[in-house]
Design a protein around this ligand. Structure first.
Ligand code: KIV
Ligand code: ZN
Length: 404
């Protein structure tokens, strides 16, 4: 595969809108500990519709009758996003997806097959020619049932680049209108992944009629960076899961990709259709339904994403929150940013917190309160409001509402 020269077709990304394809209910749900009941899947799908994702991959209908039924219920009841389900490149799977999604006003069939040599020979027990033949047959069959077919060459990130082009070419020739390029094992570096996307866009015939999508896993912590590299190379759809859940280390966290596009819009110049204020509600719902807490330091949706604990940071944020925040909590549906009192906090933060809880401390009382505060803070992770009121009382300061 040749990487296009600057200025060549495929080297320049098209302008426009990036679509979001959420696979929380398929790739996310298939990871250990994340399985959901059909009712919970419906609840998540309704919330994803409020978030206004473009496509919901609601499941893998051939995997069980229960999953087929859950996808069908979502297709019938959830309005807004297009609905899809995953199929291996075999007729039975493709028919199962079609049965499950056909009642949705907008639907598509998503077909995949492994294309790296290790997938072809070790997992599938096939050779390259047979994978080409199966791709041709599966995409043609899916197209006979459904107007929109998405094809994913699984493990594209580790495939022989020239063979990848051949497989994508037959899928496009058979009428796939979305080509999704997965870095299934999270192996690629961002430059490699953007070259892969640019190469497919420039060297497969007929790509001007095809939407390119990217699907990145996080085994090396590069899923968001690789998704953005793919977008920079011209992909206009991104797949992932809220909270970054998914097989092994997970999928690209859609909240991270979305906020990178928004915060860096002047640099990237791309739009989207999502309602970002639904990010935190969606994250919390998934965490609650799967019983899996969101790590506090998780970008955008973690409990600490808008908390400030050190004195230097608190001083800055109290003057102008832009000193340490590039996202506004309210823009992603999070609680307003917080000044958290710890042993690393400063006097500005202490006085600020006391004012918020109605304690107007006279200047003269501050040194004694500060000293006692540090003693308490050194012995605890965080000093809560009740402890603060107690500290002020111990040194004879005013209580809430009793302004001297
Ligand atoms: O990671 C992967 O390759 C997938 C495909 C089925 C899209 O999940
Ligand atoms: Zn995946």
């Amino acid at each position: 595969m040749k990487v296009p020269e600057a200025g060549a077709p495929g080297a320049v990304a098209p302008p426009g809108v990036v679509q979001f394809f959420d696979t929380t209910l398929r790739d996310g749900e298939q990871s250990p500990g994340f399985s959901l009941s059909p009712a919970a899947k419906l609840q998540v799908a309704r919330q994803l519709a409020r978030l206004r994702v473009d496509v919901i991959e609601a499941g893998f209908p051939a995997s069980s009758p229960g999953d087929l039924e859950a996808v069908r219920t979502i297709a019938r009841q959830v309005e807004g996003p297009a609905i899809t389900g995953l199929a291996r490149a075999v007729r039975g799977d493709i028919e199962a997806v079609h049965r499950a999604v056909r009642d949705a006003p907008r639907h598509l069939i998503h077909v995949f097959i492994g294309v790296s040599d290790v997938h072809i020979t070790q997992k599938l027990g096939l050779d390259r020619a047979e994978v080409l033949r199966r791709t041709t047959e599966a995409v043609a069959f899916a197209r006979s049932l459904c107007e929109t077919v998405q094809f994913s060459p699984e493990d594209a990130g580790r495939a022989d680049p020239d063979y990848l082009l051949e497989v994508v070419q037959v899928a496009v020739d058979q009428g796939a209108s979305v080509i999704n390029l997965p870095d299934t094992t999270g192996y690629c570096l961002p430059e490699e992944f953007s070259a892969l996307v640019a190469g497919v866009r420039s060297q497969v015939r007929g790509m001007d009629r095809v939407l390119v999508s990217v699907h990145c896993h996080d085994d090396l912590g590069l899923a968001t960076a690789n998704s953005l590299a793919g977008i920079a190379a011209g992909a206009r759809r991104v797949e992932g899961c809220i909270n970054g859940i998914g097989e092994r280390a997970g999928n690209a966290a859609l909240e991270e990709v979305l906020m990178a596009l928004r915060v860096r819009r002047p640099a990237l110049g791309l739009e989207d259709h999502l309602d970002a204020r639904e990010l935190v509600p969606t994250s919390r719902l998934i965490s609650e339904l799967t019983g899996t807490p969101v790590p506090p330091n998780k970008p955008v949706v973690g409990g600490n994403a808008f908390s400030h604990a050190s004195g230097v940071h608190q001083h800055g944020v109290l003057k102008d929150r832009r000193t340490y925040e590039i996202i506004s909590a309210e823009d992603v549906g999070a609680d307003p940013s917080q000044i958290v009192l710890t042993a690393r906090s400063g006097r500005h933060a202490l006085v600020h917190r006391l004012q918020l809880i109605g304690v107007e401390l006279p200047q003269a009382a501050l040194p004694a309160v500060w000293e006692r505060f540090l003693e308490v803070a050194d012995g605890s992770k965080q000093v809560e409001d009740e402890a603060l009121i107690r500290i002020v009382g111990e040194v004879g300061g005013p209580q809430p509402g009793k302004v001297p």
